[in-house]
Design a protein around this ligand. Structure first.
Ligand code: FES
Length: 152
């Protein structure tokens, strides 16, 4: 049981129950849904293309939008934004103490641009699901390196 694309907390539990049932010879209603043979290249092609297109869209499109530099002045404590300053994509976060923190907005996995997740107060990568704490520390892979700290 692997490759749950950031949904391992839920799918891991289902996989554990399913594997337990398989080992014990019991029927499990999710067996077909999780069967390794469920992948059908022809019927799965549209979804694969859609996922690949979405990743490419974020990889390219997120580099083209520069954001509003005035957003930095408007940032309240606990808020964040992504801006391009002097050609560098920055992930900016204003701490609860009012201090402004700057990180590279480039995900250390494969280079997509991270987005601020206000609900979790984390930097989330739209491409493969890496998540970083407000200070850039890796919370969840596939990225293994923290976001680079930057000077303003
Ligand atoms: Fe892959 Fe960010 S580029 S998780």
């Amino acid at each position: 049981a692997t490759g749950f694309n950031g949904w391992g907390m839920a799918h891991g539990v289902v996989a554990a129950q399913l594997n337990t049932d398989l080992i014990c010879g019991r029927k499990n209603e999710f067996a077909d849904l999780y069967a390794p043979t469920r992948f059908k290249p022809v019927t799965s092609a549209p979804q694969l293309l859609k996922t690949g297109f979405s990743t490419a869209k974020h990889f390219i499109g997120d580099r083209l939008s520069h954001g509003d530099k005035k957003a930095v002045e408007k940032l309240k404590a606990g808020d964040a934004c992504v801006l391009t300053i002097d050609g560098i994509r920055l992930a900016l976060y204003r701490g609860k103490d009012g201090e402004l923190h700057a990180l590279s907005a480039t995900c250390t996995h494969m280079g997509c641009i991270v987005n601020w997740n206000p609900a979790e107060e984390s930097w989330d990568c739209p491409c493969h699901g890496s998540r970083f704490a407000a200070d850039g520390t890796v919370i969840h892979g596939p990225a293994v390196k923290d976001l680079e700290k930057k000077e303003l």
